[in-house]
Design a protein around this ligand. Structure first.
Ligand code: PLP
Length: 391
């Protein structure tokens, strides 16, 4: 029995383990400390009323002979949900795609990883700092990773370098961890690069709903030509607080053809062989999240996070700190003061301010000297943390 030896090349995912260890040690030594966690990347607001109602109704339906459903007829999702997603793209993003462009799944993380199943060995461009799942899944597949530096010089938005030949490009905008957002002109440059290199962009749109500034693209399909060179991963995890409910989609146009093969068809083939679809009740909940009432609930929660982000960036502004994100994103990417390393600043904030964030060094070498704070905390904790930051 042979193992996939690529797994031995993976680094331990020590970041959140190490954070938990340092916080636990500090709390053991200081039992009375009121430590505020602003490092979480998980949502904290509850599901919206329209979603809860849909979950109840779908569960009741499943308890009747007439309403019961077994395997879904199509692993890519019920037509009612694909129509709802297509309607959302059209009305909210101005992107008109046929409903069958969307293949429904249990969230973006699984699809981002599973997608590599249908691809061969490739040269893969990933930004650094980066959401670690892109790196891990490519190491598992034995792919060659080429890092593109995100830094202050490019506003943490790496741009194409035509001297580099890549087959696959990961872009995440609004970005985790930096909060930076590509403009339409910048994404157009990426689409042109991908078309020129016959490469494919894997566009992670997990945070698209956080965009409030008119004109900033929330979907790669807002860029002409993207249908021929891009795959988009969407999720309700952050937008509708579905992180524990699990529903997302992969958007692939039937115009994306590589070596004569339809990528949408290959992906459907892979999914129908290895996946039996998302639970009916969850698909009904997702449909409700994208209904007018559901989208109003989403907006209430997005506004809550965005007001938290303003409270934090307001405090950072008063301190004269350098930061990215916080607008159009739940993430604030802060330059550690006084040349401190990410982990030294982590220890300073923990011990002196009783605030926990995420050291940027955990997201790649270019994250060293930077620090991620999120707006997913409660209002009360966020306000208290802002007071401590400036106090
Ligand atoms: N992509 C990015 C950039 C993320 O930050 C996350 C979760 O934090 C995901 C994808 C995973 O999303 P999902 O919950 O849909 O698997």
């Amino acid at each position: 029995m042979n193992l996939n030896t690529n797994y031995s090349k993976l680094q331990d995912s020590y970041l959140f383990v190490e954070i938990a260890r340092r916080v636990a040690d500090y709390k053991a030594a200081n039992p009375g400390a009121n430590v505020i966690r602003l490092g979480i990347g998980d949502v904290t607001r509850p599901l919206g009323g329209a979603v809860v109602e849909a979950l109840k109704n779908a569960a009741a339906e499943m308890g009747t002979v007439e309403g019961f459903r077994g395997y879904s007829p199509d692993s890519a999702g019920y037509p009612f949900l694909k129509n709802a997603i297509a309607g959302y793209y059209k009305s909210k993003l101005g992107v008109d795609l046929p409903p069958d462009t969307f293949q429904v799944n249990d969230g973006a993380k699984s699809d981002l990883g599973n997608f590599l199943d249908i691809l061969g060995h490739n040269r893969v461009l990933v930004p650094d700092p980066v959401y670690p799942a892109y790196v891990d899944t490519n190491i598992m597949s034995g792919n060659e990773l080429i890092y593109m530096a995100g830094n202050e010089a490019n506003g943490f938005l790496p741009m194409p370098d035509y001297t580099l030949d890549a087959d696959l490009i990961y872009l995440c905008s609004p970005n985790n961890p930096t909060g930076a957002v590509y403009s339409k002109a910048q994404l157009t440059d990426w689409v042109n690069y991908a078309l020129a290199k016959k490469a494919v962009i894997l566009f992670d749109a997990a945070y698209g709903a956080f965009i409030t500034e008119p004109g900033l693209p929330a979907s790669i399909f807002e860029i002409p030509g993207a249908e021929n060179c891009a795959v988009e991963f969407g999720t309700l995890s952050k937008m509708a607080n579905f992180a524990g409910t699990r529903c997302g989609w992969t958007a692939i146009s039937d115009r994306l053809i590589i070596n004569g093969e339809s990528i949408a068809k290959l992906w459907f083939r892979r999914q129908s062989a290895k996946f039996n679809g998302v639970a009916y009740v969850i698909q009904k909940a997702a449909e409700a999240a994208l209904s007018p009432a559901g989208l109003a609930d989403c907006q209430t929660s997005l506004d809550y996070y965005s007001a938290n982000a303003k409270i934090i960036t307001g405090a950072l502004g008063r301190l004269g700190a350098t930061y990215y994100g916080g607008a159009n994103s739940p993430y604030i990417w802060l330059k550690c003061p006084d040349g401190l390393s990410s982990w030294d600043y982590f220890d300073y904030l923990l011990k002196e301010k009783n605030i926990v964030g995420t050291p940027g060094a955990g997201f790649g070498v270019n994250g060293e000297g930077w620090f991620r704070i999120t707006s997913f905390g409660s209002r009360e904790n966020t306000e208290e943390a802002a007071r401590r930051l400036i106090g």
